[in-house]
Design a protein around this ligand. Structure first.
Ligand SMILES: CC(C)(COP(=O)(O)OP(=O)(O)OC[C@H]1O[C@@H](n2cnc3c(N)ncnc32)[C@H](O)[C@@H]1OP(=O)(O)O)[C@@H](O)C(=O)NCCC(=O)NCCS
Length: 103
């Protein structure tokens, strides 16, 4: 699930799950990349992940996400905040090449 949120140009990614039998085949990377086919101008993708979820954190780091400090004080302290910055990273945009959305 994705939702558009503040700051402007930020997509919040939530509830990403790939069936266990289909993991490590690049499906999550492809799914996240699709965001760039739909909204090429997005500035960043942000998400929250549990500190204990090393599997997901490994995947996000591999895509180019980086851990950031949580600035919204109402958010639970028990989450890690990861951001993919479109200006400094390119792996997901590259993976989106060739994924076409009809006009
Ligand atoms: C996190 C998740 C969505 C990743 O999906 P996926 O389709 O398997 O991910 P990808 O195939 O795109 O993985 C890309 C890279 O991430 C890293 N990675 C993914 N799973 C990993 C694991 N279990 N251990 C170490 N690295 C891992 C690897 O670098 C991998 O590249 P490689 O396979 O070439 O080594 C999937 O593991 C999942 O559904 N987990 C359970 C639900 C969950 O935790 N969701 C996230 C909530 S925030």
């Amino acid at each position: 699930m994705v939702k558009v949120d503040d700051p402007e140009g930020t997509i919040i990614l939530d509830e990403l799950v790939v069936a266990e039998s289909a993991q490590r085949r690049g499906i999550a990377k492809l799914l996240i990349s699709c965001i760039y086919s739909i909204i090429p101008a997005i500035k960043q993708i942000a998400l929250y992940v549990r500190p204990t979820n090393m599997q997901a954190q490994a995947a996000y780091l591999a895509y180019g996400f980086a851990p950031r400090k949580i600035e919204n004080a109402t958010c639970s302290k028990n989450w890690c905040y990861f951001v993919y910055d479109s200006d400094s990273e390119h792996l997901l945009q590259d993976a989106a090449q060739g994924i076409a959305v009809r006009e």
